[in-house]
Design a protein around this ligand. Structure first.
Ligand code: G3H
Ligand code: 13P
Ligand code: ZN
Length: 327
């Protein structure tokens, strides 16, 4: 089937008490790994492209690779989504290029500006007469901590979503889904040690997600799909492989998977995962080089990377998202 928007995916996910995985794509192996995992488990999936990915791979390559994946899995609902669009112009360019969903992230700007720009993107994206199709729009209220290529918020500058704003924001903008801040964070170092406690084995335990804020938001927006960014769990087995094979990632820490599962059973319909795929790819390639110092054919080590990413996505679909057999 052709690329789909996220409307029907989210309606079904909300009713069914599960979430759709939104995984970031940057190259062919990652596109293949994610869609092979989704295909094998009959799971709808969102492939998302950040500004950093557009710079790295050239948006055109990514669009064509995603379309190739659609051809390969003709029965699978796949959405192509812009992750963290920072301007109307970027959202417009992606819509014009065939993306089926976009995020306008004006969460770092004053509230009224966030309303104004989000509304402008929605008016463009929802104009079925002009575009011939309905493009779904995600926006954000509240700010997540975390640092990546083009998404940077210092620790201490993040803020939880204020539930009092959500109804006004959704009504005035016409947005289709809303990313909220309830304690998730971008990247592989989500918390500082002083924000955590330690369990009896001395392992860091991060602060719990604020499911109370999620519930209050949903009480004010019944039936409305909520999005969680920064939802990698930073599997410690990958961190261990990386550190044992020449890497250095001390204190990498993520969001416990059982808490994300709880969020998915509630109103969270989209869960963003990128860092865990990066960790899987890196663990596989570091291990490969260590075990095969004579290898120099990229197909040998990228194949291992692709295998790890595929297994990671399969695990997420079953254990975190609960969207297997929902295609
Ligand atoms: O939330 C951001 C995504 O993980 C993309 O990261 O900007 O480094 O491509 P990036
Ligand atoms: P992670 O860094 O936790 O994987 O979050 C990814 C994300 O939110 C992409 O928008
Ligand atoms: Zn994000």
């Amino acid at each position: 089937m052709p690329l789909v928007n996220t409307k029907e995916m989210f309606e079904k996910a909300y009713k069914g008490g599960y979430a759709i995985g939104a995984f970031n794509v940057n190259n062919m192996e990652i596109v293949q790994a994610i869609t092979e995992a989704a295909g094998s488990l009959n799971a709808p999936v969102i492939l998302q492209v950040s500004s950093g990915a557009r710079k790295y791979a050239n948006s055109r390559y990514l669009i064509h690779m995603v379309k190739a994946a659609c051809e390969n899995f003709p029965d699978l609902p796949i959405a192509l989504h812009l992750d963290h669009g920072d301007s109307f112009e970027l959202c417009k360019a992606c819509i014009d290029d065939g993306f089926t969903s976009v995020m306008i992230d004006y969460s770092g700007h004053p509230y009224e500006e966030n309303v104004e720009v989000t509304k402008k993107v929605c008016e463009y994206a929802h104009d079925v007469k002009a575009r011939g199709r309905y493009i779904t729009v995600e926006a954000e209220l509240g700010t997540l901590a975390g640092v990546e290529d083009d998404v940077k918020v210092e620790f201490g500058k993040s803020s939880y979503t204020d539930p009092e704003q959500v109804q006004d924001f959704v009504t005035r903008t016409g947005v289709d889904s809303l990313a909220i801040a309830i304690g998730t964070s971008h990247g592989a170092y989500k918390f500082k040690a002083e924000q955590c406690t330690r369990n009896k084995d001395g392992i860091l335990v991060p602060p719990a997600l604020r499911l109370d804020i999620l519930e209050e938001v949903s009480r004010r927006l019944p039936g409305f799909p909520i999005v969680l960014h920064g939802s990698s769990s930073v599997p410690q087995e990958y961190v261990k492989i990386i550190n044992e094979h020449g890497g250095k990632m001390p204190d990498a820490i993520g969001i416990p998977e059982d808490q994300l599962r709880e969020a998915a059973k509630r109103s969270v319909c989209k869960i963003n995962i990128d860092s865990d795929l990066r960790l899987g790819m890196t663990a596989a390639i570091r291990k490969h080089f260590d075990e095969h110092p004579d290898h120099f054919d990229p197909r040998q080590y990228l194949k291992d990377g692709r295998d790890y990413v595929r297994e990671t996505v399969k695990h997420k679909i079953v254990a975190v998202l609960g969207c297997d057999n929902k295609a």
